[in-house]
Design a protein around this ligand. Structure first.
Ligand SMILES: [Zn+2]
Length: 110
C-alpha cells in the first residue's frame, strides 16, 4: 500500500466513523426508516449524502472492508465494486488496504 492508497483509505474510514455516529443517533431516536449518511468515497472533499434504511446500512457494515458510496464515486485503482443500485454502490478494499481499514473499523476496535 503506497502513501496515496493509504490516504484514500483513511478518507473512507473517516466518513465511516462519522456514519457510525449518525447510525447511533438514528438508533437513539428509534428510527427504523431512512436516514441520511455521508458518501464514504475516497475523495476527502465529497460531502454528498446517501439515504439508507437501518437494515441497508447494517448490511454494508457487516463487512469491515466495505464502504457505501454514491454511484460513480468509485476509485477502481484502490477498491473493487461489490454491487450497484440506483441510490448507492458498495465497494470493498482488498489486500493491505483491506487489512488497514479493518483495523480502523470502530466495530473491530471494540
Ligand atoms: Zn463521494
Amino acid at each position: 500500500m503506497d502513501e496515496r492508497e493509504k490516504r484514500l483509505a483513511q478518507n473512507e474510514a473517516l466518513f465511516r466513523e462519522v456514519n457510525e455516529r449518525i447510525k447511533s443517533t438514528a438508533d437513539g431516536l428509534g428510527t427504523v426508516d431512512d436516514f441520511e449518511y455521508f458518501c464514504e468515497c475516497a475523495n476527502a472533499d465529497c460531502t454528498f449524502q446517501i439515504t439508507l434504511t437501518g437494515a441497508e446500512y447494517e448490511s454494508i457494515r457487516s463487512d469491515p472492508t466495505q464502504f457505501v458510496v454514491l454511484p460513480l464515486h468509485f476509485t477502481p485503482e484502490v477498491e473493487t465494486l461489490v454491487s450497484e443500485s440506483k441510490a448507492y454502490w458498495i465497494v470493498r478494499k482488498t489486500g493491505a488496504a483491506g487489512e488497514y481499514v479493518e483495523k480502523l473499523d470502530p466495530r473491530s476496535r471494540q
